[in-house]
Design a protein around this ligand. Structure first.
Ligand SMILES: Nc1ncnc2c1ncn2[C@@H]1O[C@H](COP(=O)(O)OP(=O)(O)OP(=O)(O)O)[C@@H](O)[C@H]1O
Length: 609
């Protein structure tokens, strides 16, 4: 039997005192002391369980648990467990030596390597000594599980000296008693401690009791096998994570053990047409201990709008961000998650096309974002990303190619896909296009300006044009010349008349032979310039294109009967009035007639009735 020799000693033979550094360090993150101590307590109970399963511990396990308690009067926080406990020798070995050198190595390594908030990323590794971030004295009262072990007390006042004495403790296990320092009394508050526990200890595998309640779910569903779980389990867990959230669309259960360890559940939330989706909704755990919800770098950027949890002991948590990005495990994890997500989407598409279409308004944004940011994802997604038509039909890229091949291939053998960014505003143009049997895609999502560019660059011989980018004969130029009823001379006259009437350098007038049933005048905005302006508006940055004035083309339909009437008119004022009226009608069709111009138009029209 071991008898405890009372002793005082030096923890470290080094002269450098690490405690002032611990105190100053990670200032805004002092709360993690509780995570470190509670996870040590959990580890102590898990170790006992393991010993028992190996037959090395034959006593009663009883109910393994961790208790956190607060004594506001005595100004202490106590973390107790009924795990393996420690003998005096073990304290000297684990606390004085290993933990101390671990903590000082950690400090040595990371004290200069902080991020812009002055924090160490991941902040793992400080371990037991993080207690001194909030405590002036730390006391350990512990009794080993070993037969006949005696209880011991270790006390340290934040200098490198410690005291080890015999103590009283009825059962095996450990109490870590923190005598809270004056500047940390904020932690002597029930709701504060509860808040910290809820954050870090919510899914720890052993019951954690505080204030008479068990605060954690010891078996969160990501630790279970998918075959044990129902849809309702996944939904219930989502509600547990995000009580305010809408029901998720679907989810992916992640489970790998080679070449890295990772489990988790990723949920697809409903996002609709929002680019400001909520980020930082994925929580990162390491063996059920919450680490952070800043998963940037661990999860591919385009998957950041997913929700859920990832649990991996293989993600290095105490390295700076730039190291994390370069870490080969993190890269593999990124690739794995991207693959799993693509697989899931592909399955959904194959197994339930209708359901996939119904969800597409929600997941389309995300799929398109993935296509834009990750070529590997594009390789998969090109088979299931859907294009939505103004008739609300959905086609895959291949289906759409087939659908439009016959009627929308131009003279240079390029497929022209027409699209609208605003169904209402561009209604007149959509109408003209569909009358010719052309299909028009709906590209009204915030991300579509970029998606359109991506499609053009990834697909061979496909170009996208907004329905109002030019007259239809120019948009899909099949080299068919419509006969003009006007002579070349008359065409010049019409052009000059419109130029004089409109008197605007931003407008380029041309006379074009179009079918007689199209509008007499059409206003179009060239595709390239408009797209550049849209993209620069989306990026919110000042740019060359963003600052360019808007130029429009005014196409006068040579074959429209009104233009014939215009030429026949002998009075110049009447000619100009007609030109102006047809131009205003074109503006009106494009929703561009506003303010005083609109008022004048209405008055003129009323007067003419
Ligand atoms: N509640 C406890 N019961 C039994 N042993 C403990 C307890 N707390 C700490 N120890 C012992 O002290 C050692 C040092 O703890 P410390 O938290 O500094 O490091 P760690 O848990 O090994 O690693 P890290 O915290 O960096 O993941 C532990 O490995 C364990 O052996």
């Amino acid at each position: 039997m071991e008898t405890v020799q009372n002793e005082k000693g030096q923890i470290s033979i080094h002269t450098e005192n690490i405690f002032p550094i611990i105190k100053k360090f990670l200032y805004s993150d002092h709360e993690i002391f509780l995570r470190e101590l509670v996870s040590n307590a959990v580890d102590a109970t898990q170790k006992l369980k393991q010993l028992s399963s190996f037959g090395e511990f034959n006593g009663e396990l009883n109910d393994l648990k961790v208790t956190v308690s607060l004594d506001e009067e005595a100004k202490t926080i106590t973390i107790s467990d009924n795990g393996i406990g420690m003998t005096a020798e073990e304290i000297k070995k684990y606390i004085n030596q290993i933990a101390f050198s671990g903590a000082s190595d950690f400090l040595e390594k990371y004290k200069d390597k902080t991020d812009d908030k002055g924090q160490i990323i991941g902040h793992f590794g400080l371990g037991f000594y993080s207690a001194f971030m909030v405590a002036k004295d730390v006391e350990i009262v512990t009794k080993s599980y070993r037969d006949g072990a005696e209880a011991v007390r270790w006390v340290c006042d934040g200098s490198t000296e410690y005291e080890l004495t015999a103590a009283e403790r009825a059962e095996r296990g450990t109490d870590i008693i923190l005598h809270v320092a004056e500047d940390s009394e904020e932690f002597l508050d029930k709701s504060r401690i509860r808040g910290i526990l809820d954050k870090y200890a919510r899914f720890l595998p052993v019951p954690v009791e505080f204030d008479g309640n068990v605060i954690n779910n010891t078996a969160p569903i990501w630790t279970k096998s998918p075959s044990e779980l129902t849809d309702e389990d996944y939904k219930a867990f989502y509600r547990e994570l995000y009580p305010m959230g809408e029901e998720p669309l679907f989810w992916i259960h992640l489970n790998v053990d080679y070449p890295f360890n990772l489990t988790g559940i990723l949920y697809f939330p409903r996002v609709k047409n929002e680019l400001r989706f909520q980020r930082e909704k994925i929580q990162l755990y390491s063996r059920q201990v919450f680490i952070t919800d800043e998963v940037k770098d661990v999860v591919p950027d385009f998957l950041m709008m997913l929700h859920g949890v990832i649990d991996s002991p293989d993600i290095p948590l105490n390295v700076s961000r730039s190291f994390l990005q370069a870490d080969s495990n993190v890269k593999k994890i990124n690739g794995y998650i991207t693959r799993k997500v693509a697989d899931k989407l592909n399955d959904l598409f194959k197994e339930d096309r209708k359901g996939f279409e119904e969800k597409f308004d929600d997941i389309g944004l995300f799929i398109k974002y993935g296509i834009l940011s990750d070529d590997k994802f594009w390789e998969r997604a090109k088979n299931f990303v859907l294009l939505k038509g103004t008739d609300n039909s959905y086609s895959t890229i291949d289906e759409y190619r087939e659908k439009t091949q016959a009627n929308q291939t131009d003279k240079s053998d390029t497929l022209i896909w027409l699209y609208t960014t605003d169904r209402k505003q561009q209604d007149a143009y959509i109408g003209s296009a569909t009358r010719r049997g052309y299909d028009v895609l709906l590209m009204d999502n915030v991300i579509d300006a970029h998606f359109i560019n991506a499609l053009e660059s990834k697909l061979d011989k496909v170009r996208l044009q907004r329905v109002d980018a030019d007259t239809l004969d120019k948009l899909i130029d099949k080299d068919i010349n419509n006969e003009s009823v006007l002579s070349t001379d008359d065409q010049t006259k019409v052009k000059e008349l419109y130029e004089k009437t409109l008197d605007n350098k931003m407008l380029t007038v041309s006379v074009v032979s179009m079918p007689a049933d199209e509008l007499p005048v059409t206003i179009t905005q060239p595709e390239f310039m408009r797209r550049m302006k849209d993209m620069s508006a989306l990026s919110g940055e000042q740019s060359f294109y963003g600052n360019m004035p808007v130029m429009y083309n005014v196409a006068v339909n040579a074959n429209h009967p009104l233009i014939g009437r215009l030429l026949a008119e002998t009075d110049e004022a009447a000619q100009q009035a007609l030109a102006k009226q047809t131009y205003d009608l074109a503006l009106l069709a494009q929703n561009m007639l506003t303010g005083a111009d609109l008022t004048a138009f209405v008055q003129r029209t009323v007067a003419g009735l």
